[in-house]
Design a protein around this ligand. Sequence first.
Ligand SMILES: [Zn+2]
Length: 287
Amino acid sequence: MPYQVETLSLSTTMDTLENSVNAYLLVSGQDALLIDAGFIESAPVINQRLLKSGLQLQGIYLTHFHPDHSLGALDIAATNRALIHCHRLDYKPLIDLYQQYLPSSDTSRLIADLEDGHTLAFAGEIFTILHIPGHSHGHIAIFDQKNGNLFSGDHVIPVGTVWIGPPDGHLVDYLASLDRLLALDVNMLYPGHGDPFPSPQALMAQMRQRRFDRENEILLHLNTGEWTAMSLVREIYGGKIPESYHWAAKKTVIAHLQKLYDEQKVQMRFDSDTRLFYYTVSSTNSR
Ligand SMILES: [Zn+2]
């Protein structure tokens, strides 16, 4: 029996978290599969949805550990006697997160069994797990190749900018994973934030280009001399985003600097007086 995808648009009042997120309920007859699980207060909403139609939950699949996608999972798993599946690289961060937000809860239903290339069968279709690190080290996407449905978590979103900040985020990995998704035949993108998005190839190509534009902008500045990450933030983002977001922009800039350093396009120097790192184009690479 074919499956239907229900987009569960979930919200939270916790102001430390991003305030809306998607989970996806795949339904076929009485069987259901949940991709991501929303916030703590999303759990009763999703449990109610399952109960209303007497759906049997076959499992919860987390695209990555971030709290807006994962906090609801423990309650849903316990209520429906289901397992929570994640990639092993996001297992420890998930356990830490549950201990922080839900200290007395049981995490024994969480298992780190999602590896790249694994498949799962649901509704007579085959879904492939793709390990796509970058936004988090253990980020996965779930792809139904036959129908071209891609559940992309936060790796590809049609709204805003994907957050790539160390230590969770890694830009080289992110771009390699994006190239991998670009090579797939996707009809419909089901993102972690924003509405489902048909034929997302142009969107993905645009997201990729935006990273390279930012990188070139940073390189142009570094060609003029030594910069700290924060001085780059003030130059690039100053006046465009509120000062209270500069810490996030700084992480983004550091992700770029890390990539450029790994590629030996920039060099860095630690100054013991200011206790800051200074970056410039590497001497073999200056124009
Ligand atoms: Zn995320």
